[in-house]
Design a protein around this ligand. Structure first.
Ligand SMILES: Nc1ncnc2c1ncn2[C@@H]1O[C@H](COP(=O)(O)OP(=O)(O)OP(=O)(O)O)[C@@H](O)[C@H]1O
Ligand SMILES: O=c1[nH]c(=O)c2[nH+]cn([C@@H]3O[C@H](COP(=O)(O)O)[C@@H](O)[C@H]3O)c2[nH]1
Ligand SMILES: NC(=O)CC[C@H](N)C(=O)O
Ligand SMILES: [Mg+2]
Length: 525
């Protein structure tokens, strides 16, 4: 590799836009590494990281309010190009001597922008061309304020009827502002505009590719770990599996994985994890069969929160016991990914995080003195998946729906019993198998069956049946914080229902969960 993949980097200064992560996604997709830093805590990062360009995000505040968020002055003194988007453009204009005002005309949604002049940013990028030869862009807007007077040195590069200054630039300094949002897909030329800024204006090369990411993380791990030994909790989920594959490449048999079979896994999951990692990839995996311990600990407990705590604590106990058996472990690896980092740093840290802390290995006590190895902490989930495939993991594993650490424990309502877990495993397996058969698995974000410990009357072969209920759940979501129900076709649901009732003894009825989140959650407990 000639240049280091982190050398060509962009810093995104976050003013609290809902789309800041999307900006980062677009920059990464264009092959350029970037980090998001909040506007009031980005100065050290700007000084130490030497970005090749800076993007100022949008945000909910108004530039004309009292004490509005500001970009640190150094943003404009570093000699690198700056792209301000929406609030980012407004604050750039205000800070550099222009004027911004709240407008009576708000623009939300679709708008058509006329490109003016021939700015480096927009030239030859257009959806349509007017008779006079102006380029027209179909864009997405979301603002109430607008730039009224240009700062000295700036000219207009785009306009709409409502915002005569919809794009501004001082090309001699490489400063650009866009009132519309190039990061959203509704702005059809958005990718090209961002690519233009990164490659032609900032001079960034596309170094952020899966192969380079892998090569770079491997050398980073080797440097950090030296001759040390690493322990990893392997669940068979996407993140820990990719960490295992990376660490295995980096340090070979100095990696030990611990896979805990808690009796709350999906059908044959334990065997699959062992087959993939231990047999095919040659990774050292210790399988701890702890089904009975988990079932004993859960016996009689019906409260969802208490069940989660019992499961989480048992994971930690088992981890500690196993770690103590291995000599000289110095590091503990975790599958922390970039959204976890952003969420825990941001003001709205929380929900997703609290949920995960129930079972996460992050709860290990301090006295273990293990240092953390987190090779995925700069990556988004889709980047993690891409490098997983490159590392040779089976794509069914990499593109699997997420599976919560407490597993079937939160999908068996009330008390957990082995009998219930066995029924649920079979029903869930039929559901997932048919999702693949009908090519619907990738159409939903997460799908699973739930066991309801109530009985319902049925009739089979003229005989009465009085058995349990299985509910099917499927959701579509981007971030799992909110979710729509999956619209699965009736013929599919009919097939799954009939197979479950016919093939799984102990089930007399199948229902479909039609609750979105909020107000329901994705898991039932
Ligand atoms: N059965 C298990 N055995 C060992 N470690 C586990 C087990 N279940 C969870 N863990 C640990 O807890 C971490 C968090 O679990 P989580 O489900 O969030 O991530 P994941 O399983 O790696 O990926 P995914 O989100 O795709 O399921 C895992 O990365 C793993 O280190
Ligand atoms: O690793 C995890 N440990 C947990 O304790 C946990 N609880 C819920 N989930 C997953 O998080 C997403 C949102 O779930 P909820 O809407 O039920 O909160 C869904 O994807 C859930 O499967 C968990 N994941
Ligand atoms: N999306 C934005 O960045 C909005 C900026 C500012 N709050 C406005 O309404 O104009
Ligand atoms: Mg998991």
């Amino acid at each position: 590799m000639t240049a280091n993949i982190h050398d060509h980097r962009i810093i995104i200064v976050d003013f609290g836009s809902q789309y800041t992560q999307l900006i980062a996604r677009r920059v990464r997709e264009a092959g350029v590494y970037c980090e998001i830093w909040p506007w009031d805590n980005c100065e050290d990062a700007l000084n130490s990281q030497k970005p090749r360009g800076i993007i100022l995000s949008g945000g909910p505040e108004t530039v004309t309010g009292d004490n509005p968020p500001r970009a640190p002055e150094q943003v404009f003194n570093m000699g690198v190009p700056v792209l301000g988007i929406c609030y980012g453009m407004q604050t750039m204009a205000a800070q550099l001597g222009g004027e911004v005002a709240s407008s009576a005309k708000h623009e939300y949604g679709y708008a058509q922008v006329r490109a003016r002049g021939h700015s480096k940013l927009l030239v030859d990028i257009e959806d349509h061309v007017t008779e006079e030869g102006y380029g027209l862009l179909d864009v997405w807007m979301s603002h109430g304020d607008r730039v009224e007077t240009l700062p000295p040195g700036f000219s207009v590069i785009a306009e709409t009827d409502n915002a005569p200054l919809a794009g501004i630039a001082d090309e001699s300094r490489g400063f650009y502002g866009l009132q519309f949002h190039p990061e959203v897909t509704h702005t059809t030329q958005g990718k090209r505009i961002i690519g233009r800024f990164l490659h032609e204006i900032c001079g960034c090369e596309s170094l952020w590719t899966p192969d380079n990411i892998i090569e770079d993380s491997i050398s980073a791990i080797q440097e950090q770990v030296g001759e040390g030994k690493v322990l990893l909790g392997l669940s068979g989920g996407v993140d820990s599996s990719v960490v295992a594959a990376l660490l295995h490449r980096a340090i070979g048999d100095r990696l030990t994985c611990i896979f805990v079979d808690n009796g709350l896994l999906r059908l044959d999951e334990g065997d699959q994890v062992m087959a993939t990692f231990a047999r095919h990839m040659g990774v050292k995996v210790i399988r701890v069969d702890a089904e009975q311990r988990f079932l004993d600990a859960l016996k009689g407990e019906t409260d969802p929160e208490k069940k989660r705590k019992i499961i989480g604590n048992m994971f930690i106990d088992i981890f500690e016991e196993e770690a103590a058996k291995i000599k000289d472990v110095d590091f503990l690896a975790q599958g922390t990914i970039y959204p976890d980092v952003i969420e825990s740093a941001g003001a709205k840290s929380g929900k997703a995080h609290v949920i995960k802390s129930h079972h996460n290995v992050g709860g290990l006590p301090d006295y273990m003195k293990l240092k953390l190895v987190e090779p995925l902490k700069e990556l988004f989930k889709d980047e993690v998946r891409e490098i997983g495939v490159k590392l040779g993991l089976p794509s069914e594993m990499v593109y699997r729906h997420p599976f919560p650490g407490p597993g079937l424990g939160v999908r068996i309502l009330g008390e957990v019993k082995k009998e219930y877990a066995d029924i649920l495993r079979q029903a869930d397996n039929i559901y997932i198998e048919e999702l693949y058969n009908f090519k619907l698995y990738d159409e939903v974000s997460q799908a699973f069956a739930v066991f309801l410990p109530v009985r319902s009357v049925g009739v089979v072969g003229d005989a009465r049946r009085y058995e349990y209920v299985i509910t099917l759940r499927a959701v579509k979501t981007v971030d799992f914080m909110t979710a729509h129900i999956g619209h699965l076709p009736w013929e599919f649901l009919e097939k799954v229902s009939s197979r479950i009732i016919n093939e799984v003894s102990g089930v007399s009825r199948v229902a479909y969960d039609i609750s979105s989140k909020p107000p329901a959650t994705i898991e039932w407990e």
